[in-house]
Ligand binder design. Structure first.
Ligand code: HEC
Ligand code: HEC
Length: 338
C-alpha cells in the first residue's frame, strides 16, 4: 500500500518529462502519406479529412472514379456521372514520373511504358492531395474564370473536371467527399520523395525544430502544381522533318496514348488502329486545317458540339513535347508508306 502511494506521485513527475523530451513527430516510414505529414506540420490545404460525412467512403470514391457510379452507404444507387467517360479515361492513379521535381513528357512516356499504364493529357491523381494548385497556367485560357474555384481548391478542381472534362453532371456532396477520401488513399508516400538516409535524418530533426522549413523541404521534392503550356501547331507542322523522327518513340506515343481512347472506339467514335488504311488517312490529313489532322487534334483538342458532347482534351507541351509530336508524325508516315 505504501509503495503504491509512493510510485504514483513519482510517475506523475516522470511521465511529463519523458513526454516533453520525446520528439513530437515519430520517425518517417516509407509508406507514410506525404499530405498527412504536411497537415501535421501545420500546412492545412483545406481538404484534409478531419470531419467527414458518414455517407462517404474511399471505397465509394474508388467505384465512382473507375466506373462512373456507385451506391451510397444507404443503398441508393447514384446516376452515372458521365455518359462519355470515367475519370481513368484521362487520369492515371499510379505514379507516372521517375523524377517528381520536373514535368518531363519524355521521361513520363518511358516511365509509363515500363509501368504498363497509359500516357495521358490529365495529370495522374497519385499525389493530387499533396498538390497545392490545379488547372495551372494556360488552363485559365481554356476555362476562363471557371478556373477560379479550382485553382487553389481540390474540391473545386474535381467538380470542374466532372462537368467540363468528363462532360457529365455535378457530383453530389457524398460523391465528391468519397472521391476525395479515395484520393487520400493514393497520396504520395515518403519513399516517393527519394530521400537519402542522411536527408531523412535531417528532415526528421527539422520537423521537430522548424516545421515551416520542413514543409518547404518536403515540397521541394515534388511539384506542387502541374504546369501547362498550350501552343499552336503551325510551327510544328511546318518544321516537320522525317529524318529527325524517332519512329519507335512515335509508335510508343500512338499505342500508349492515342489508342487508349481510340482503340475499338473505346471513348471516341473515331476509331484508330495500326492498319495501313488508317495511317494513310492520318498522313493525308496531317497538313490540312481540319480536326482530323493530328496537329490540330493534339494541340487544340477536339471541342464538344451540341450533337456530340464527347471531346478530346488537348496536350500541353508538358504532356507532349514538340519532339514527341514530330516522332508521332514520323511513325504515321512510316506506317503509311510501308
Ligand atoms: C476527358 C478527359 C478527362 C476526364 C474524363 C476527367 N478528367 Fe480530370 N482533368 C483532365 C485534364 C485535361 C485536366 C487538366 C489539368 C491536369 O490534369 O494537368 C484535368 C484536371 C483534373 C484535376 C486537377 C489536376 C491538377 O493537378 O491540376 C482533378 C483533381 C481532376 N481532373 C479530377 C478528375 C475526376 C475526379 C474525374 C472523374 C469524375 C476526372 N478528372 C475526369 C481530363 C479529364
Ligand atoms: C482521353 C482520350 C483520348 C486520347 C488520349 C486521344 N483522343 Fe483523340 N479524341 C477523343 C475523343 C473523345 C474525340 C472526339 C470525337 C468522338 O468522340 O468521336 C477525339 C477526336 C479525335 C480526332 C478527330 C476526330 C473527329 O471525328 O473529329 C482525331 C484526329 C484524334 N482524336 C486523334 C487523336 C490522336 C492522334 C491521339 C494521340 C496523340 C488522340 N486522339 C488521343 C479522345 C481521345
Amino acid at each position: 500500500m505504501k509503495m503504491r502511494l509512493l510510485i504514483f506521485p513519482l510517475l506523475i513527475l516522470i511521465i511529463p518529462s519523458i513526454w516533453e523530451s520525446a520528439p513530437k513527430y515519430p520517425k518517417l516510414k516509407d509508406n507514410d502519406s506525404v499530405g498527412k505529414i504536411l497537415y501535421q506540420l501545420g500546412d492545412d490545404p483545406g481538404w484534409y479529412p478531419v470531419k467527414t460525412l458518414k455517407k462517404s467512403t474511399a471505397a465509394i470514391g474508388k467505384e465512382l472514379f473507375h466506373t462512373g457510379f456507385a451506391k451510397s452507404t444507404d443503398g441508393k444507387k447514384g446516376r452515372k456521372q458521365s455518359k462519355h467517360f470515367v475519370c481513368t479515361s484521362c487520369h492515371n492513379i499510379q505514379r507516372e514520373d521517375s523524377d517528381l521535381t520536373v514535368s518531363d513528357p519524355q521521361g513520363r512516356l518511358d516511365y509509363t511504358m515500363k509501368a504498363g499504364i497509359p500516357f495521358l493529357q490529365g495529370t495522374t491523381m497519385y499525389g493530387a492531395v499533396s498538390r497545392r494548385t490545379f488547372y495551372n497556367d494556360d488552363y485559365s485560357l481554356k476555362y476562363g474564370n471557371l478556373v477560379d474555384a479550382a485553382r487553389n481548391d481540390l474540391r473545386g478542381a474535381i467538380q470542374l473536371c466532372a462537368v467540363e472534362c468528363a462532360q457529365g453532371r455535378q457530383l453530389k456532396t457524398w460523391e465528391l467527399e468519397s472521391i476525395l477520401k479515395y484520393l487520400w488513399t493514393i497520396d504520395l508516400k515518403v519513399k516517393d520523395l527519394q530521400l537519402t538516409n542522411q536527408e531523412k535524418v535531417n528532415l526528421e530533426l527539422q520537423m521537430n525544430q522548424n516545421p515551416e522549413a520542413a514543409i518547404a523541404t518536403i515540397q521541394s521534392r515534388y511539384m506542387t502544381g502541374s504546369p501547362a503550356t498550350f501552343v499552336k501547331p503551325e510551327n510544328e507542322r511546318k518544321t516537320y522533318d522525317r529524318k529527325m523522327a524517332d519512329i519507335n518513340n512515335g509508335e510508343n506515343i500512338f499505342l500508349n496514348s492515342c489508342m487508349h481512347c481510340h482503340e475499338n472506339g473505346r471513348y471516341s467514335f473515331f476509331e484508330l488502329d495500326t492498319s495501313k488504311v488508317t495511317m494513310k488517312y492520318l498522313q493525308q490529313k496531317a497538313n490540312k486545317y481540319t480536326d482530323h489532322s493530328i496537329y490540330q487534334a493534339v494541340r487544340y483538342g477536339i471541342y464538344s458540339t451540341s450533337g456530340r458532347k464527347s471531346y478530346m482534351p488537348q496536350y500541353p507541351l508538358e504532356k507532349m513535347s514538340e519532339e514527341q509530336l514530330l516522332d508521332l508524325r514520323g511513325y504515321i508516315e512510316y506506317m503509311a508508306d510501308r
